[in-house]
Ligand binder design. Structure first.
Ligand code: TRP
Length: 444
C-alpha cells in the first residue's frame, strides 16, 4: 500500500470469472428463477428471459466492468473519478449493497438451517412456518451466515474471494449435475420439463416481459456496482468483452440448469409454487424419494454455496468503499459492515412469523418482502438506468469503448450496437419497468 493506493488484483482471468459468476449465481438463480418462471407461464418466460439477458444484461455487465477496470475504484470512487457530480450513483449502489446483504443473509441462513435439518432427518414440509417463527433461530442463522461471509471477505480479494470461488464454483456445478441426473430419473420428470421448456404463446404479456428484465438484472448482480467493484480488480491486459460474455453465460447456464433440477422434481405439483417452492414443495417431493434425505442435504448445500459467493460479493462492495474512501483497514471495514447489516437484517429475520407487526407493513408485504421490492428491485433498476446514462452521455461511449478495445480489439465492430443498447434500448426498458412497478406496487 503506497501513496498511489495500489489496488489488489485477481490472480488470473479465470479467477475473476469464477468470482464474478459466483456473485451472479445465487438464490436468484436456484430459488427465484424457477418460481418466477412458474408464476409467469413457464417456457415463454424462459424465452423472454434469454432475450433480456442478451440485449439488456450483457451490455450493462460490460458497462459496469468497464467503469470498474478504468477507474480501479469502488463504485463511489469510480463515479467520482470520472465525474464528481455522479458520485451519488455510487453511493446509491453501496447503500443498496448493504440493504440487499441484510435480507439476503436471512434467506441464506435458512439454507444452513435446512442443511442441518436434512442431516438430522428433520425434514417436515410443514415445519417451514415454525422455523420462520422461531426468533432466536432466525437471528442465529443470520449472524452465522454474515460471519461466514465476513470471514471470506476479511481474507482479501486473492486469498479470500478468489480462492473461495475457485473451490466452490466447480463444486456447485458438480452438485448441480448430480442432482439433475437424479431428478431426471423420477416419474414426475417429463411433466415438469415440458412445462419448463415449451413456450406457450398465451402466456406472453407486458408483465411477463418486465418480470424477465427484472430477473435478468437481479440475477446478474447488476445495478449496484457489484461488477464495478469486481471489475476494478481486473488486470489491464484481460479482455473485458469476453469476460462479460463468460460471466453472463455462466449465470444463465446455472439458471437454466436450476430449471432442469427443480421442475423434474416438482413435476405435477406446479400449482404449489411461490417463495415456498424450495423450502416446502421440494421437501414434499424429497420425502417421497428413497434416500431423499441425502438428496435434500446436497440440494441445500448447493443453495448455501450459491448464496455464500453472492453475499461475499455484496459485502466486498461495501467493504471496498470503506477501504478506498474512508481509509479503513480491510478487517475494520468488514467488522463494521457486518455489524451494521446484521442489525439491519434483524427486522427481516423476524418478519416472517416471529413478530407479527413486521409481517404486514404495507399491502400484505412484510419487512423482508418490502426490502426485496424497494432495494432488490426498484433501487437496482434505478442504479442500472443511471449507469447507462452516465456511460453514454457523461463519460462518453468513445472513452468507454477505448477502455474495452485496449485489451479487446475485436470489440470494435460492436461499439455502435453497444451505444444504441446502452443509450436507448436499455434505458427505455428500465423506465417502463419503473413505471410498471410504481403503478402496480408489485414486486418483480
Ligand atoms: N445475483 C444474485 C443472485 O442471483 C443476487 C444479487 C443481486 C447480488 N445483486 C447483487 C449479489 C449484487 C451480489 C451483488 O442471487
Amino acid at each position: 500500500m503506497g501513496a498511489t493506493n495500489q489496488r489488489a488484483q485477481w490472480n488470473s482471468k479465470l479467477g475473476f470469472i469464477l468470482a464474478a459468476a459466483g456473485s451472479a449465481v445465487g438464490l436468484g438463480n436456484i430459488w427465484r428463477f424457477p418460481y418466477v418462471t412458474q408464476e409467469n407461464g413457464g417456457g415463454i418466460f424462459v424465452l423472454l428471459y434469454l432475450v433480456a439477458v442478451v440485449f439488456i444484461g450483457l451490455p450493462v455487465m460490460l458497462a459496469e466492468l468497464t467503469i470498474g477496470r478504468h477507474t480501479q475504484r469502488n463504485p463511489v470512487g469510480a463515479f467520482k473519478k470520472i465525474s464528481p457530480r455522479w458520485k451519488f450513483v455510487g453511493l446509491l449502489g453501496v447503500a443498496t449493497g448493504a440493504g440487499i446483504l441484510s435480507y439476503y443473509s436471512v434467506v441464506a441462513g435458512w439454507t444452513v438451517g435446512y442443511i442441518i435439518k436434512s442431516a438430522t432427518g428433520d425434514l417436515d414440509p410443514k415445519g417451514f412456518g415454525a422455523f420462520l417463527g422461531n426468533a432466536p433461530l432466525q437471528i442465529s442463522y443470520l449472524i452465522l451466515f454474515l460471519g461466514l461471509t465476513g470471514f471470506v471477505v476479511a481474507r482479501g480479494v486473492k486469498d479470500g474471494i478468489e480462492r473461495m470461488a475457485k473451490l466452490l464454483m466447480p463444486l456447485l456445478l458438480l452438485m448441480m449435475i448430480g442432482l439433475i441426473i437424479r431428478g431426471l430419473t423420477l416419474p414426475t420428470a417429463a411433466e415438469g420439463l415440458k412445462y419448463f421448456l415449451m413456450p406457450d404463446i398465451d402466456g406472453l404479456s407486458g408483465k411477463t416481459v418486465l418480470y424477465a428484465i427484472g430477473q435478468a438484472f437481479y440475477s446478474l448482480s447488476l445495478g449496484m456496482g457489484a461488477m464495478i467493484t469486481y471489475g476494478a480488480y481486473i488486470g489491464k491486459k484481460d479482455n473485458l468483452a469476453t469476460s462479460a460474455l463468460a460471466v453472463v453465460s455462466f449465470d444463465t447456464l446455472i439458471a437454466i440448469l436450476a430449471g432442469f433440477l427443480i421442475f423434474p422434481v416438482i413435476g405435477h405439483s406446479l400449482e404449489k409454487g411461490g417463495a415456498g417452492l424450495v423450502f416446502v414443495t421440494m421437501i414434499e417431493q424429497f420425502n417421497q424419494i428413497p434416500q431423499g434425505q441425502w438428496i435434500a442435504l446436497a440440494f441445500f448445500l448447493l443453495l448455501a454455496v450459491a448464496a455464500l459467493t453472492s453475499t461475499v460479493s455484496l459485502l466486498e462492495v461495501v467493504t471496498a468503499y470503506f477501504i478506498d474512501e474512508w481509509k479503513f483497514s480491510r478487517l475494520k471495514s468488514v467488522i463494521i459492515v457486518c455489524i451494521v447489516t446484521g442489525l439491519l437484517g434483524i427486522p427481516s429475520a423476524l418478519s416472517l412469523g416471529a413478530v407479527s407487526g413486521l409481517s404486514d407493513i404495507v399491502g400484505g408485504k412484510g419487512f423482508l418482502d418490502l426490502m426485496d421490492f424497494l432495494i432488490g428491485n426498484v433501487s437496482l433498476c434505478i442504479g442500472a438506468l443511471l449507469t447507462c446514462i452516465f456511460l453514454v452521455y457523461r463519460w462518453g461511449i468513445g472513452n468507454a469503448a477505448e477502455e474495452v478495445i485496449a485489451s479487446a480489439p475485436s470489440f470494435k465492430p460492436y461499439v455502435q450496437i453497444w451505444r444504441v443498447l446502452l443509450g436507448g434500448i436499455v434505458p427505455l426498458a428500465i423506465l417502463s419497468l419503473i413505471v410498471y412497478m410504481a403503478v402496480t406496487g408489485g414486486s418483480l
